[in-house]
Design a protein around this ligand. Sequence first.
Ligand code: SF4
Ligand code: SF4
Length: 85
Amino acid sequence: MKTPFEAPIGRDLYVVKTGDWRFQKPVVNSEKCTLCGICFIFCPTNSIRKTENCYEADLDTCKGCGICANECHASAITMEMERRG
Ligand code: SF4
Ligand code: SF4
C-alpha cells in the first residue's frame, strides 16, 4: 500500500510525491538482510516495506536520503544512482 504525503499549503492539502526528488535509490541485498527492521524504523518518509523475505523501498515516496543504508548494521543496503530521462 502506497503512502503519498499530504502537505497542508494554505487551506488546501497537496499530495507530495517525494520520490520525484530522488537522484539515488536504495537497493536491498536479501542475502545480507537479517530482517531486523531498523531501516523501516529510521526511514523519514515511511517508504520501507516488508516483503515476503526481505525489505524494500517504495520508490514513489523514497527521497533517496540514504539514512536506511547508513543505519543498516548488515550493510545490506546500497545506494545506486538513478537513471532518469
Ligand atoms: S536494516 Fe538492513 S538488515 Fe535490517 S531489515 Fe533493513 S535491510 Fe535488512
Ligand atoms: S533512502 Fe531515505 S527515504 Fe528512501 S527508503 Fe531509505 S531512508 Fe527512506
